[in-house]
Ligand binder design. Structure first.
Ligand SMILES: Nc1ncnc2c1ncn2[C@@H]1O[C@H](COP(=O)(O)OP(=O)(O)OP(=O)(O)O)[C@@H](O)[C@H]1O
Ligand SMILES: [Mg+2]
Length: 481
């Protein structure tokens, strides 16, 4: 940003301080303010009997503005002065953010040194020229085998992690944050439990994960305004690093809690609830925020960079058609579904590979990788189709070469898909192991094909009468799925 830009922005901040209104009424969560003619999104300060309280303008009604406070409204009285603090919704971001934990207003909350060399970034910048958007051509390794091998993520891709409560969304996100090859990781923790934030930083992310990461957080007990701001600030920070030519990994946990926060704001501003109680502004906000991720090309002095995004979505009762999941899915180029059934077997990460999809995987992988992916997916599908028979011991070996192979290779497949949360597998190694399984599978199927043509096909009835326990017992800790 130029010196003139900087000066203009500080002038705007100074000027805004001269606009002072007064509290007319409090209605639920909103404060009705007289004579405060400022745009929606402006930050305001209210002088209360207990000090100053900060808030944001969320709407207006005729000549009066509607503001919502970031904290409690205790101490606000009729006529309390309301001063405009900033007329634009911005957050001050800088490279000094790396390794730090910040609140929704960009203030460090980790007792570290002050942050400096900051640049004001718009929380909602104008939409990018579509011609600057690049195309996804390269993979972005995550360190998680099941993802790198089977659901390969591209630089600039937008993915959702969908799961019911407690199935492992946050843990998977943290594993990716630690194992990723991205230059910078920006993590937005929106509406998380306060305890989880500390646990996430200290245990899950660890010191090496934190070095190239910054965390913006607003917990569940913060005002809904701060929760929405935290998400917007995380995205603005990701854009700041992208514009420096970095490949950024953006993670937002969770979109559901972001949507719930926006619903609270919408209802307070007088919106009517629509689908399942969510207000129309929720469905307007989601694409505006989430579509800002993606690759950008170098153009007109701007550098190329990318924002690859993972957004977690809580699906109640594992229902992928609930309105928020549905709205988010429409914005994404892929989704990773975590299954409670798989997690219940102690299989982590509990990724349901067959229900998940990376829409760019085919375009960013080489021929060997594509062959191996297809082979593995074929094995997983064959096993799932006959799983019930296999589990009760009613599957007759020889009925299908694909199922036979999937049973024989089951231990290797499970070993590939299961991964400890702290284990990072380098991308070439994930690829090598996947190709080994695929080659073994093709060999087995080819060997069984001539035998099958020489033998009469097995009779399903005989198979049911003479059940064989064909499934090999997985190694300890690798329960069948
Ligand atoms: N990779 C893993 N290895 C071992 N255990 C795991 C793993 N992932 C998740 N778990 C278990 O599942 C629990 C819930 O995980 P996590 O908090 O990541 O779920 P979540 O989907 O984010 O939950 P919520 O919906 O409440 O935010 C963890 O406390 C842990 O016991
Ligand atoms: Mg979680």
């Amino acid at each position: 940003m130029s010196v003139v830009d900087r000066a203009m922005r500080s002038l705007a901040t100074l000027e805004s301080r001269l606009i002072v209104g007064s509290v007319h009424a409090i209605r639920g969560l909103t404060i009705v303010v007289d004579r405060l003619r400022v745009p929606v999104g402006s930050l305001v300060e209210i002088e209360t009997a207990m000090g100053t309280a900060m808030g944001e303008v969320i709407g207006f009604e005729g000549p009066r503005s509607l503001a919502m406070l970031f904290g409690s409204s205790a101490g606000v009285s009729p006529g309390s002065p309301v001063r405009a603090k900033s007329l634009t919704a911005t957050v001050a971001v800088g490279t000094s953010w790396l390794g730090r934990v910040l609140d929704a207003l960009g203030r460090p909350i980790d007792n570290g040194p002050p942050i400096d060399d900051l640049e004001n970034c718009a929380l909602e910048p104008p939409t990018m020229n579509p011609l600057r958007r690049g195309i996804i051509t390269d993979p972005l390794p995550t360190g998680v085998r099941a993802i790198d091998g089977l659901l390969t993520v591209g630089r600039g891709q937008r993915l959702g992690i969908f799961a019911g409560p407690g199935v492992g969304k946050s843990t998977l996100m943290a594993s990716i944050a630690r194992g990723t090859a991205a230059d910078v990781v920006v993590i937005g923790l929106v509406g998380e439990r306060g305890r989880e934030v500390k646990e996430f930083l200290e245990h899950t992310l660890g010191p090496e994960g934190r070095r190239k990461a910054c965390v913006v957080t607003a917990t569940g007990d913060d005002s809904p305004l701060l929760r929405v701001r935290a998400a917007a600030a995380a995205i603005a920070a990701a854009e700041y690093f992208r514009d420096q030519g970095k490949h950024v990994l953006l993670m937002l946990d969770s979109i559901t809690r972001l949507a719930q926060a926006q619903r609270q704001i919408g209802l307070a501003a007088g919106e009517q609830p629509a689908t399942k109680g969510y207000t129309p502004s929720v469905f307007a906000l989601l694409p505006r925020l989430l579509e800002r991720a993606g690759p950008v090309e170098a153009k007109g002095g701007e550098r190329a960079g990318s924002i690859t995004a993972f957004y977690t979505v809580l699906v109640e009762g594992d229902d992928l058609t609930e309105p928020i999941a549905d709205a988010v899915k429409g914005i994404l180029d892929g989704h990773i579904v975590l299954s409670r059934k798989i997690a219940a077997r102690g299989h982590y990460p509990a990724i349901d590979v067959l229900d998940s999809i990376s829409r760019v995987a085919e375009n960013i992988t080489d021929a060997n990788h594509r062959m191996a992916r297809r082979e593995m997916i074929r094995l997983l599908a064959a096993y799932r189709e006959s799983e019930e028979l296999i589990t009760i011991g009613a599957y007759a070996q020889g009925s299908s070469p694909e199922v036979d192979t999937s049973i024989a290779l089951r231990p290797q497949i499970l070993q590939y898909l299961q991964q400890d949360r702290s284990e990072v597998t380098p991308y070439p190694q994930s690829l090598r192991s996947l190709i080994e399984i695929a080659v073994a599978s093709q060999g087995m199927r080819q060997r069984s094909a001539p035998q099958r043509s020489a033998q009469p096909a097995p009779q399903p009835q005989r198979a049911a009468q003479q059940p064989q326990r064909a499934a090999p017992q997985p190694a300890a800790g690798q329960k069948g799925r």
